[in-house]
Write a protein that binds this ligand. Structure first.
Ligand code: MG
Length: 281
């Protein structure tokens, strides 16, 4: 997978639920050759490794990270996210640490230099026991990834950028990084995406190009929409990425269950990102 990638090259994140070659052909059909490899909880990473190795050997594709998702995660509303996502919910942490190790090993065997995931809501109060517990978990996962030559990368958005920034400093590992998702800031009502990017810039190694609209009722999440149809200022986002000399991918993320609609939305995202990129001064 020694494929050269350009700064801000377009990519796509997808969940590896089909034959690897099929996924890579689909990526090519969008005109893309880069992205992130989502590892669903159901995947037997040992059994799947040979097929992924073979597929990557015969395609010019670059993946910046393996994305870990976990059994039991539910994004239905804020309360369910609090109860089920990441390492904060009681009863999930040890199984998810073990799973993250598997995903790290799987990614390393494929030459992937990062593992990314949602760690769960980081408490604002740094003296909260859960905050301290999360620091310990993040350090453990950083060390697992470091042993595999990888960054451990947190998705943004479930907390404010200020809270995340303090947490990253408190974890204090050189390989803790950020996958910046501007839409999550909108969906969770966590603050202005551009201000957050400016604050977190030194940690950002990857971004998700995803869009959304704010929640309309307390306890709800906002709604993800096609790229450019939501509240994220993408021309401004790309301009700021350029200003901070971001060199990673622009990875489109679209969690739309209707396959036909998702395909249309990804195509639209590719088109719009190309136009916005051209407009960067
Ligand atoms: Mg994301």
């Amino acid at each position: 997978m020694a494929v050269a990638v350009a700064p801000m090259q377009l990519g796509l994140v997808f969940w590896a639920e089909k034959d690897p070659a099929t996924h890579l052909e689909e990526l090519k059909a969008f005109g893309l050759s880069a992205g992130q490899l989502g590892v669903p909880p159901s995947m037997d990473t040992s059994a799947s490794l040979a097929a992924w190795k073979a597929a990557l050997a015969s395609h010019d594709v670059y993946f910046s990270s393996a994305v870990a998702a976990y059994e039991g995660e539910d994004y239905a509303d804020l309360e369910r996210v609090h109860q089920t996502v990441g390492f904060t919910a009681p009863g999930y942490a040890s199984a998810r640490i073990a799973r993250t190790k598997q995903v790290s090993d799987f990614g390393a065997a494929l030459g992937l230099k990062a593992v990314s995931c949602h760690i769960g809501f980081i408490p604002e109060d740094a003296s909260a026991p859960l905050y301290q517990e999360l620091i310990g978990i993040a350090r453990e996962l950083c060390d697992v990834c470091a042993a595999n030559g990888q960054n451990f990368v947190l998705e943004t958005g479930q907390e404010s950028a200020e809270t995340l920034l303090r947490f990253l400093g408190d974890v204090g590992r050189t390989n803790i990084k950020v996958n910046f998702d501007p839409a999550n800031m909108v969906l969770y009502g966590s603050g202005d995406p551009l201000e957050a990017l400016a604050l977190l810039q030194h940690y950002v190694v990857s971004v998700h190009c995803k869009d959304g609209v704010s929640p309309t009722a307390a306890g709800q999440l906002g709604k993800e929409v096609a790229l450019g149809d939501g509240e994220v200022d993408f021309p401004g986002f790309l301009e700021l990425l350029h200003e901070i000399q971001y060199t990673g991918l622009l990875t489109i993320e679209r969690e739309e269950p209707n396959v036909e609609q998702r395909t249309k939305d990804v195509e639209l995202g590719v088109l719009r990102l190309k136009q916005w990129k051209q407009a960067i001064s």
